[in-house]
Design a protein around this ligand. Structure first.
Ligand SMILES: [Zn+2]
Length: 320
């Protein structure tokens, strides 16, 4: 048996990129399980949501967006600190880069390590990595909620921290009038969850409860297709919650019985693979997910920093 290629390092096939117009002036950019992005038109400006992994990758999205609008980007909103979401920021020429307070702290604390880790795990997403000028620093941060008036009778865009989840500082972007939600990696429609920096128990309970409580009718998750309609939105949230609950239950049971991390990993995989095994990044994410959850259940409050070296160690231990 040959060894499994590390993370997504052997995934080299480009995904088909789609721009969906969700409503007048509201756009989603999806790519079959690669990180999604979005944009919302204000009266005379744009709000862009997520920056992708490099300026070159971001420009592919901006080229598509420019077929619809030539308004300047006033706000670039980052849902969280992960490299594949933020390092393309310079391509947007935004006046303001918005994120949660914790996101700025996390960039300072572990942004460099995360960049190296994600580049090693998902090299295909880093189109022309040398085009990245450096870490992306938010210029406007908040702790709970920030409202952007879109002007011209377009209503508000509400940026909201729903609690700890995929990271310590996720935000979602909510258009109440349109009932459209950009959920970042807090909800995945048809892709496996990455939980290597997560707070599983908060995420599976209060955080997802708050997201569900918005009553969105269109949802753009962090990866995967747009969820159109209330039923699809509820299904995406339920799938996300189920993924987390199965992990918490299985890892908890193995730990309580005095088992090993490897046994916990096998148990989770056995339970989740029938439903999620064919989804993008499932095998890639699972070792990192189980490793963090094991720590969380062992009382390690904040996720340990992933470095390129630690990535390889955990991979060898669980997927080797
Ligand atoms: Zn992420």
């Amino acid at each position: 048996m040959t060894a499994k290629a590390f993370a997504s390092s052997a995934d080299l096939a480009d995904q088909r990129q789609t721009l969906d117009v969700l409503a007048d002036g509201v756009y989603a950019f999806t790519a079959e399980g690669d990180p999604n992005a979005g944009a919302i038109e204000g009266e005379d400006f744009l709000v862009c949501f997520e920056a992708l992994a490099t300026p070159v990758a971001a420009r592919e999205w901006l080229t598509r967006l420019r077929e619809h609008t030539d308004k300047p980007v006033r706000y670039l909103v980052l849902s969280h600190y992960h490299a594949v979401r933020v390092l393309g920021a310079s391509a947007f020429g935004a006046d303001v880069v918005v994120a949660h307070d914790k996101t700025r702290e996390l960039v300072a604390e572990r942004g460099k390590e995360d960049w190296e880790s994600e580049l090693g795990r998902m090299p295909r997403l880093f189109k022309e990595p040398d085009s990245i000028p450096g870490l992306t620093w938010p210029t406007l941060t908040f702790s709970d909620r920030l409202t952007i008036d879109l002007g011209g009778g377009r209503g508000d865009l509400v940026l909201w921290h729903c609690g700890r989840g995929h990271t310590e500082g996720d935000l979602v972007a909510w258009l109440p009038r349109r009932r459209i939600l950009f959920a970042g990696d807090l909800v995945e429609a048809q892709a496996a969850l990455y939980t290597g920096d997560a707070f599983h128990r908060d995420w599976a309970t209060g955080t997802l409860d708050r997201i569900a409580g918005l009553g969105a009718e269109t949802l753009v998750g962090g990866r995967g297709a747009v969820a159109w309609g209330r039923e699809a939105v509820d299904a995406a949230i339920a799938q996300t919650r189920m993924f987390l609950e199965v992990m918490i239950r299985e890892v908890g049971a193995v730990r309580d019985a005095g088992g090993t991390l490897r046994q916990a990993f096998e148990a989770v995989r056995e339970r989740l693979a029938p439903r999620f095994g064919g989804w993008p990044i499932f095998e890639h994410c699972l070792p990192f997910d189980v490793s963090r959850l094991w720590d969380e259940l062992s009382g390690v409050e904040r996720p340990r920093v992933w470095t390129a070296a630690r990535d390889r160690e955990v991979w060898a231990l669980l997927q080797g």
